[in-house]
Design a protein around this ligand. Structure first.
Ligand SMILES: [Ca+2]
Ligand SMILES: [Ca+2]
Ligand SMILES: [Ca+2]
Length: 169
């Protein structure tokens, strides 16, 4: 699993290296979106996300993406789902990088490689994501851990930003 992640990170780095520098505006927009996502998942009163809240969020998102309700996510269902990053990428002229990043995320989630992301593949990927993002290992994701460590956010932000893996704030 660790090796898969390295490959995943390398593919992202490669796709980002092909990009051109952007205005700071787009970087700020990507960061703002990640922070909004964090606030939505954490709830208004809390400064952190726990594993249960994260799993519920994942479940809701999966249901929203699974348009035909067959409990499997096809690539086309995933590609039309708008995380909010698409518009930002479009404004930045980085739609192609954005879509490539989406495909990389999908391929990463599709652990058995059958071209579909099952509900359990999705749950497992998010659970692994949570543990990976939880740098200080306290079973909570703080804002920084989420925005810098949650794979989907990192991937999409990397696709629209010139310097990806750079920590924010
Ligand atoms: Ca489906
Ligand atoms: Ca699969
Ligand atoms: Ca933590």
């Amino acid at each position: 699993m660790f090796a898969t992640h390295i490959i995943f990170t390398l593919s992202l780095a490669a796709l980002v290296a092909a990009g051109t520098p952007l205005l700071a505006q787009e970087q700020a927009a990507g960061r703002e979106l990640a922070q909004q996502a964090f606030a939505n998942i954490a709830g208004s009163d809390r400064g952190w996300i726990d594993q249960g809240g994260f799993a519920n969020f994942g479940s809701d998102v999966f249901a929203a993406m699974d348009y035909d309700g067959d409990n499997k996510l096809s690539l086309s269902e995933f590609m039309v789902f708008d995380t909010g990053m698409r518009g930002i990428a479009e404004d930045a002229g980085r739609l192609e990088s954005h879509d490539t990043a989406m495909r990389v995320v999908f391929a990463f989630w599709d652990r058995d490689g059958d071209g579909l992301v099952s509900k359990s593949e999705h749950t497992r990927s998010l659970s692994y994501d949570f543990q990976r993002a939880d740098i200080n290992d306290d079973a909570r994701l703080e804002m920084e851990e989420f925005t810098n460590g949650f794979t989907v956010m990192v991937a999409l932000r990397a696709a629209i930003n010139p310097a990806p893996i750079e920590p924010i704030e």
